[in-house]
Design a protein around this ligand. Structure first.
Ligand SMILES: NC(=O)c1ccc[n+]([C@@H]2O[C@H](COP(=O)([O-])OP(=O)(O)OC[C@H]3O[C@@H](n4cnc5c(N)ncnc54)[C@H](OP(=O)(O)O)[C@@H]3O)[C@@H](O)[C@H]2O)c1
Length: 242
């Protein structure tokens, strides 16, 4: 698919990695639907940058733990743009919970945001596509090869299963892939010595850059013959985790 013919929905598209994806898609002349939950100001700022450079963009607010708001997102994007053919599932929650501390609420939130939502939005986009071409790209975590958190890790492992199951279920015009990120952007507030210590654990000996992620996503949109694939963007970390 030529990115110029894409209408792309980016969940969590207003901040951090999602923001970089929104901007990179707009730079390749895709129309961008920026989804956000609470980052209203950030979403408007990203939209303004895209508008100023001549791009097409709209923002869509939805709490992706609310079933009604999940189900209204794809129809809202299609109402606005006339179609939706690229879905980037990036919205995420990062729960630290271990064996003793993981709660049912953590479990439900993570399984909803990382598993049900990417599936449900894909299901709705694919139904609306008919025979038209489409792409689903799930943003996963390289630690899915060896989950180290319960609600987060198990839900991201579920996302990997969804990626492959969906890729097998769709028609020939839809490709479904995932990118599995390592250390790209540190969580806000992480101490500098921890940031440096994490870099030392990466075979590449440094953090990645959002451009590493966006270039892989553009390649996946452009390819009509890659599906059910995982691209680890992690400086080689998946080789040391497995
Ligand atoms: N950053 C990294 O180095 C790294 C490493 C490994 C994997 N990843 C993966 O890459 C993706 C992006 O990472 P990130 O660090 O940029 O993400 P992030 O900052 O943790 O979260 C991205 C967005 O998710 C949205 N979100 C969270 N809960 C939501 C809900 N209930 N409903 C709707 N939206 C919700 C938030 O939107 P609002 O701000 O609008 O509320 C937030 O801006 C994630 O899937 C993450 O797992 C990132």
């Amino acid at each position: 698919m030529n990115p110029e013919s894409a209408v792309a929905l980016v969940t969590g598209g207003a901040t951090r990695v999602g923001k970089a994806i929104s901007l990179a898609l707009a730079a390749r002349k895709a129309a961008v639907a920026i989804h956000y939950r609470s980052s209203d100001r950030e979403a408007r700022e990203v939209a303004e940058l895209i508008t100023q450079s001549g791009g097409q963009v709209h923002c869509f607010q939805a709490d992706l733990t609310d079933p009604a708001q999940i189900d209204s997102l794809v129809p809202s994007v299609i109402d606005q743009f006339g179609k939706l053919n690229v879905l980037i599932n990036s919205a995420s929650v990062y729960v630290q919970g271990g064996l003793e501390t993981t709660t049912r609420a953590d479990w439900e939130q993570n399984m909803t945001v990382h598993a049900w939502v990417p599936f449900r939005l894909s299901q709705m986009m694919i139904a609306a596509l008919g025979d038209a071409p489409g792409k689903v790209i799930n943003i996963n975590d390289t630690k899915l090869v060896k989950p180290n958190r319960f609600a987060y890790g198990v839900s991201k492992a579920s996302l990997a299963a969804i990626t492959r199951t969906l890729a097998a279920a769709v028609g020939p015009n839809v490709q479904v892939n995932q990118v599995a990120l390592g250390a790209i952007l540190p969580p806000s507030g992480l101490a500098e010595d921890r940031v440096a210590a994490i870099a030392r654990t990466v075979p590449a000996q440094r953090w990645g850059h959002p451009d590493d992620v966006t270039s892989a996503i553009i390649n996946l949109i452009e390819s009509d013959y890659i599906s059910a694939e995982t691209i680890h963007i992690d400086g080689g970390s998946n080789g040391t985790l497995g």
